[in-house]
Ligand binder design. Sequence first.
Ligand SMILES: [Zn+2]
Length: 299
Amino acid sequence: MSPPGTGVSEEAGEIRRFWTGLGLPGLIDVHTHFMPERVLHKVWDYFDTNGSLIGGLEWPITYRTAEAERTALLRAFGVRAFTAMLYPHKPGMARWLNGWAADFARRTPDCLHTATLYPEPDVETYVREAVAAGARVFKAHVQVGAYDPADERLRRAWGALAEAGIPVVIHCGSGPAPGKHTGPGPIARVLARHPRLRLIVAHMGMHEYEDFLGLAERYDQVRLDTTMAFTDFVEDLAPFPRRALPRLAALGDRVLLGTDFPNIPYPYLHQLRALERLGLGPDWLRAVCHDNAAELFGL
Ligand SMILES: [Zn+2]
């Protein structure tokens, strides 16, 4: 593992060889974190404590650099489009985060304008405002937010997003550590009410992989992102069951590259190699690393 500043161009070269070898114009990464620096530093400090939300794990952040360096790095890797995943852990915070994200998207044209939400009285209003302002993807974090996604206060917000066809990347699996409302049950209740909601289940639903594959099989607007899944780090902790590989192959049009950049304890390239070694072939990789997201976001 090479710290940023050394070996970066070498890693960028290898990443570019990966996607040019597949005949792609670059990568699209639907799960990257950008947020106000003060908030991001708090997140990094949390990772340093090996806290319970990250399962008490040793989690060194590979790309712990200034914002401009992080966007430059994604461009050097050939990531054509990425997101600014950000999320509140308490009420009264989402609207402020959405304001920051709108500004970030304005000054970062390759970032898909991202917004977030939380169960609170004005949620429907600010979700509709974010959509009107051009938000193209939302992030919801059921574990950190510690809320039930089927909370009545979110009902009309989910409805608005389903109606607008805006994808929502949602951390709702019980990895790396479970929350009160994580797991397939609560989110299945949301989908029962809003079957057209375009949920992108983060981390392949880790570690309830097969339950979330089942939701994607049942609802054709449910997708999954690859974030951290299949890497050595996660395979040690919550291995993806080999018996589910044929289902993963069959859902090749509903799996999207996500990485958790910059908050990852290994180089970016490792996520790509982890997908490659699944052995599902170049067509699957092309769809996952670029084409599925290009179609979903009209890129
Ligand atoms: Zn993430």
